[in-house]
Design a protein around this ligand. Structure first.
Ligand code: UDP
Ligand code: MG
Length: 324
């Protein structure tokens, strides 16, 4: 059975959102399928990212009842990026659309995504036209982050494009080969290239439940994003170090000459302290940056799987009739 569209929905403690999501997404997906053809089919692939509320129970029942719903349960909370990877690895569709369950990514956008896909785009990005649903801090920090990473990285990451996008099977197969541990999905999506179309949409406020992101987690994601996409921060330190070394040599030469010509200098406490503190600070900072990369290398070398699957729903068509 051929599946045209896989809708991947990572969920973490979202018991209030699931039925709201399906009520809104089903009609939109049905309309998208109409565009593809009379016997086009879709699957909703939910990835339960270690939820501790009733999310898992709700989804288990749904997956048993509806032939178009599949469920992958991870063994604990691995984070949205890993949950997405689990979904992408298992998606069977000719096109794959990761979407948030809280309806912040409007399902109607899928219809225009599919239109662009049928017109030949391999990746269809959805760009948030405004982020007024986010608070000022999130908007400000996100903007700063994109400016920074796009200055550093050599394959730009489009601003205000989230994980909500359509990926053709060809693009999905490339993504699946990228076995990076520290996953920065947006960076991977931009790295793969292909013909890209972009749609603008308005990001709605969360429909139910609360956002699972904390400032600390976003900061972690930002660091992951930079270190996974670019080695520029390492190089900057070679330049700064080189510049300081040249100045230090010049100053040393000056001091030697000065001492030879005019005798022993007055005690240079201030200049020594400044030099020691400044170099100490720079050393620690550059060590920290090397450490960030080294930590990632260590993580990659361990080569653990990105996620651990605890359970996977059987295709509902079979399990409905299965005697228990
Ligand atoms: N999510 C997840 N694992 C996590 C955190 C979030 O699978 O550790 C899911 C969550 O259930 C939702 C999506 O990722 O479907 C986006 O999460 P959220 O709305 O909390 O993030 P925000 O919209 O605030 O960026
Ligand atoms: Mg959200």
């Amino acid at each position: 059975m051929r599946i045209s569209l896989s809708i991947i929905v990572p969920v973490f403690n979202e018991q209030e959102s699931i039925s709201l999501f399906l009520d809104a997404a089903r009609p939109a997906v049905a309309q998208a399928l109409d565009l593809i053809g009379p016997d086009a089919r879709a699957e909703f692939l939910f990835v339960d990212d270690g939820s501790t509320d009733r999310t898992g129970d709700i989804l288990t029942i749904l997956a048993r009842l509806s032939p178009d719903i599949r469920l992958v349960t991870l063994s604990r909370n691995f984070g949205k990026e890993a949950a997405l990877a689990a979904g992408i690895d298992r998606a069977r569709g000719d096109a794959v659309v990761p979407i948030d369950v809280d309806l912040q990514d409007p399902p109607e956008v899928i219809i225009s995504m599919v239109r662009h896909w049928l017109a030949g785009a391999k990746v269809v990005n959805a760009r948030r036209a405004d982020r007024s649903s986010d608070d000022w801090f999130k908007r400000w920090s996100a903007h700063g982050f994109y400016r920074l990473i796009n200055r550093l990285s050599d394959h730009p990451i489009p601003e205000n494009v989230g994980d909500f996008r359509l990926l053709d099977r060809q693009a999905v197969d490339v993504i699946k080969q990228l076995g990076e541990q520290a996953r920065f999905t947006k960076g991977l999506f931009s790295w793969i290239g292909f013909r890209v179309a972009t749609i603008d949409y308005e990001r709605a406020p969360r429909e139910a439940g609360i956002s699972k992101w904390r400032v600390g987690k976003l900061w972690g994601l930002a660091i992951d994003g930079i270190t996974a996409s670019t080695t520029m921060p390492l190089r900057i330190w070679s330049y700064i170090g080189g510049g300081i070394a040249v100045m230090a040599f010049a100053y040393a030469a000056f001091l030697v000459l000065h001492t030879l010509l005019t005798g022993v200098d007055t005690p240079g406490y201030a200049s020594i302290m400044i030099a020691v503190l400044m170099l100490g600070g720079l050393n620690l900072m550059s060590l920290g940056i090397i450490g960030e990369y080294l930590g990632r290398v260590a993580q990659e070398v361990r080569d653990r799987p990105l996620y651990v699957v605890a359970e996977e729903s059987e295709p509902a068509t079979r399990s409905v009739n299965k005697p228990h």
